[in-house]
Ligand binder design. Sequence first.
Ligand code: CO
Length: 221
Amino acid sequence: MCAKIETQDNKAITYEGLLEGNKAWVADTLKEDPEFFNKLSAGQAPPVLWIGCSDSRVPANQITNTMPGDIFVHRNIANVVTHTDMNLLSVLDYSVNVLKVKHIIVCGHYGCGGVNAALGDKQVGLIDNWLRNIKDVYRIHEREMSTIKDPVRKSERLVELNAIEGAANVMSTSIVQNAWAAGQELSVHAWVYSLKTGLITDMKVSASNSEDLSPVFKMQA
Ligand code: CO
């Protein structure tokens, strides 16, 4: 039995269709490069760690025109970065200390359902506790947020601030600070993707050393 899933344009995606799609992709890929899988299976050395939203419309490779092997990916609902998330910390530790990525990108997206839910007051379920982290972003920036009256702009600004605070949280981890202290080449960035245009905006808060960190977050090795 196959479960039919309706996509937004009502094209039915079937379970079998996914496997057929895989075969077609392999055939197309081998036509382009017969050695593609041989080369990729030898190992990975991605220069980028992507921390993005689980939203099906924001796939890291496609929107950056990159290939398998190029980006190490962690996604969760609303690209939340917290210091108690063992999943995220494990991904971060492995990508910084083993893969030696050069860039870490926290990428939010306008129209994020998680951010919109955090802006509201309706209970959704377990996820409310996860999205509480975004309410903290609102609280940190309450003065600015309270001046924005337009609900769309309010949502967009919280998306931007959530990506910026996520990047700041990455920067203040012991993992990133120790890499910087050891002289490792590593930059952390915040981006926001637009579902409407497909374009990414750099929030321009990038850091490649601990000098930009607030003193309260600076740690001695
Ligand atoms: Co989202």
